[in-house]
Design a protein around this ligand. Structure first.
Ligand code: 1Q0
Length: 215
């Protein structure tokens, strides 16, 4: 069955939400960060059920963040900066081993943050690849350089199997719903610096607070 229009992925939409992520003084808005991931998950879902285990985990993480965003302390969760400050000051983060705060905003967002690095690497490969570039290879390389380091063997294995059934570059570009391959490449060129900046700002913040290895 054709997808409902509001479910249809559009790369432009995702690009727009990532544009909204950074405030003028380079704070990252949790709301738009989450919205960006929602858009990406739409894309992932349109690729088929093999990716279900990935999208399920991402959806769970988003749900946790939305619960914080809409909870009693929502004002503390407006930006990643305010979230980090609030959760650390109130000892709401498990720092060394998993314990009382398995759903802290900090550890949850860190998982998506690591995945954002994968996305950056993957999209950069996609952007610079030739017509016969293999998405499965680009995806696997990007994964091996980033996220895989944080995953146990079983997850790496399952991810590797899922990558094998990724559609080829032309079909992939089509799902992006932008236009010609040239237009897709151009839009990726616009999107990447934004995604990269959001990643860098978050990375530095987490590094400053020693949060890059949260259990
Ligand atoms: C296009 C193919 C998509 C491939 C996505 C690569 C990521 C693979 C990750 C597989 C792991 C998922 C299983 C769960 C792992 C969790 O253990 C792990 C850690 O969490 P925790 O609570 O156990 O400590 N979770 C994660 O690492 C989070 C992983 C989130 C991945 C979200 C991926 C969303 C992908 C979107 C598709 C984007 C398509 C790009 C092209 C669109 C153009 C803009």
């Amino acid at each position: 069955a054709p997808e409902a229009p509001e479910e249809k992925f559009s790369l432009r939409e995702v690009l727009d939400t990532f544009k909204l992520c950074l405030s003028e003084d380079k704070e990252v808005y949790v709301e738009h960060y989450v919205a960006g991931w929602r858009g990406l998950i739409k894309f992932l879902n349109s690729l088929g059920s093999v990716f279900g285990f990935i999208s399920k985990d991402a959806v769970n993480k988003i749900k946790i963040l939305v619960t914080h965003l809409e909870g009693e302390n929502s004002s503390e969760y407006v930006t990643v900066q305010s979230m980090v400050k609030y959760e650390l000051e109130n000892e709401l983060v498990d720092l060394n081993k998993r314990g009382n705060h398995p759903e802290s905003g900090c550890r949850t967002l860190l998982r998506l943050h690591r995945a954002l690095r994968w996305l950056e690497l993957f999209l950069e490969r996609l952007r610079t690849s030739g017509e016969d570039g293999k998405t499965s290879v680009m995806c696997a390389e990007a994964y091996n350089e980033s996220l895989s380091q944080h995953h146990p063997w079983v997850v790496r294995k399952a991810a590797g199997m899922a990558f094998c059934v990724l559609p080829g570059r032309p079909a992939f570009f089509e799902v992006m719903n932008v236009g010609t391959p040239e237009q897709v490449v151009a839009m990726l060129g616009d999107a990447l610096p934004l995604i990269s900046e959001v990643y860098q700002v978050t990375e530095e913040l987490y590094a400053q607070h020693n949060l890059l290895d949260l259990p």
